[in-house]
Design a protein around this ligand. Structure first.
Ligand code: NDP
Ligand code: 2IT
Length: 446
């Protein structure tokens, strides 16, 4: 009965939102895991919880006109989706990248609902962004864009309503400009955004949180297999906020990070990548990862990011973008004896890839659990803003570790209880769904 019910909801979503392929994949992954929960909770069916859950509470799209350094008028599109606020206020990042469209923002917002619930920090799910490309733009252009973007966004967000943060293309610089404009427009100084700079309400360890949290989560997976980081070969895709901090923590724990990438290609360094060098190239100089190979004689650069998955490793941490780990990549990883894959990016693995990894006995952690450390520490940033206190790095990092361990334990317990397995995808979706569904049930039909 429940399988039929779930299939029916999925068919309706696909018919209703015809071209949203990424959103469909995200919905499918959740729905395919929750049949055993639906079996035990007929009230969820009666109250149409699943049907309500797949419909965003609100979606905002707006024009963002701005003027570039040459005096040319440019027009971009802005988005913010508040997907679900049953567990807490809408919470999730803003992405600035030319590929951003409604489908992208919708699937990311949907994922964020379960991630917020899994984090245990009373967070709802939202996401936003624009097809604006910060690459190659001057600081002034980025500032003007951020100000115009906020000129519309400010009326929809607020410290108790919707709290955006960073994501691809939105880092400390962009958050600073967005915050300054919100403050001016509303005449308030509040925690309306997270990922802020440390001088004006940012939290220690927020920049590190997603990457460090990913490694803390993967540590639980390694220990379950009787493995450790020491001496292990690790590949980390991407070289942005999440990737750099994941690589940094893995290295601190004794791993050898042998490969990293950007959207143009990847570098291999069998002696272990110098993360500080990558940070300098990618975050300070805003350059290409290829430059790393010209600085280190032990490193080689290869064009195109996809080939990176063929580099032999014990663990892989996909931390760049959605869909980057496809079936060919999964086959290469499994064939080379990779034992653990934990997702730092949002939905980086295709469904076909996940199937191949599962069949090969690779331990796999889905993004909504493994990268929840970022949003969890955003919640700690919000707490510090409300109380006007600033916690130490060590304090926040210790909490992050506890939060990631707790997410892992809850996912594992749910998988064991509902399907008698240790499948973290099933566990994460069940815990996330149950938390949101119970909150929605309690709050009535709203
Ligand atoms: P950044 O913008 O800091 O970095 C993105 C990185 O990914 C860049 O190095 C970029 O390269 C690279 N990249 C983009 N596309 C590809 C590709 N096709 N192949 C290889 N590399 C690519 O973003 P974040 O690190 O913040 O985000 C990375 C991922 O993590 C995203 O999926 C995001 O949604 C997710 N995430 C982020 C969180 C956060 O707190 N920031 C929290 C949880 C998840 P290039 O420089 O060439 O563009
Ligand atoms: O995907 C994500 O979890 C983020 N981009 C971070 C969200 C947040 O609100 O900190």
């Amino acid at each position: 009965m429940s399988k039929q019910f779930v299939d029916g909801v999925l068919a309706k979503v696909m018919a209703h939102d015809g071209v949203e392929a990424q959103f469909h994949q995200a919905v499918r992954e959740v729905l395919e895991c929750i049949s055993p929960v639906i079996d035990k909770h007929p009230e969820f069916v009666k109250m149409k919880l699943v049907e309500r859950l797949v419909e965003p509470e609100r979606q905002i799209m707006f024009r963002v006109p701005w003027v570039d350094d040459q005096g040319e008028i440019r027009i971009n599109r802005g988005y913010r989706i508040g997907f679900n606020s049953a567990v807490g206020p809408y919470k999730g990042g803003l992405r600035f990248h030319p590929s951003v469209d409604l489908d992208t923002v919708k699937f990311l917002a949907f994922e964020q609902v379960f991630k917020g619930a899994l984090s245990g920090m009373q967070l709802g799910g939202g996401k936003g962004g624009s097809d604006f490309d910060p690459k190659g733009k001057s600081d002034m252009e980025v500032m003007h864009f951020c100000q115009t973007f906020m000129n519309e966004l400010f009326r929809h967000v607020g410290p108790d309503t919707d709290i955006p943060a960073g994501d691809i293309g939105v880092g400390t610089r962009e958050i600073g400009y967005l915050f300054g404009q919100y403050k001016k427009l509303t005449n308030t100084f509040t925690g309306v955004l997270t990922n802020k700079g440390l001088d004006y309400g940012g939290s220690q360890a927020r920049a590190e949180a997603t990457g460090y949290g990913l490694v803390y989560f993967a540590t639980c997976m390694l220990h379950a297999r009787g493995m450790d980081w020491k001496g292990s070969r690790v590949i980390v895709s991407g070289s942005g906020n999440v990737a750099i901090h994941a690589a940094e923590k893995a290295r601190q724990l004794g791993a050898v990070v042998v490969a990293m990438s950007d959207s143009h290609g990847y570098v291999v360094d069998d002696r272990g990548i110098e993360i500080e060098e990558i940070r300098e190239i990618k975050q300070v100089r805003r350059g290409r990862i290829a430059e790393y190979a010209s600085l280190r004689s032990s490193a080689q650069y290869h064009d195109g990011p996809k080939g990176m998955w063929t580099v032999p490793c014990n663990m892989a941490l996909p931390s760049a973008t959605e869909g980057e780990l496809d079936e060919a990549a999964a086959k290469a990883l499994a064939g080379n004896g990779c034992a653990v894959v934990a997702e730092g990016a949002n939905l980086p693995s295709t469904q076909g890839a996940i199937q191949i990894l599962r069949d090969a006995g690779v331990s796999f952690a889905p993004s909504k659990a493994a990268n929840a450390g970022g949003v969890a520490i955003s919640a700690l940033e919000m707490s510090q803003n409300v109380t006007r206190l600033a916690w130490t790095f060590e304090e926040v990092d210790a909490r992050l570790k506890k939060i990631m361990n707790a997410i892992y334990d809850r996912c594992l317990a749910a998988a064991e209880a509902y399907v008698g397995s240790q499948d973290l995808i099933v566990g994460a979706n069940i815990v996330g769904f149950l938390t949101v569904a119970r909150a929605m049930l309690a709050q009535g039909i709203v």
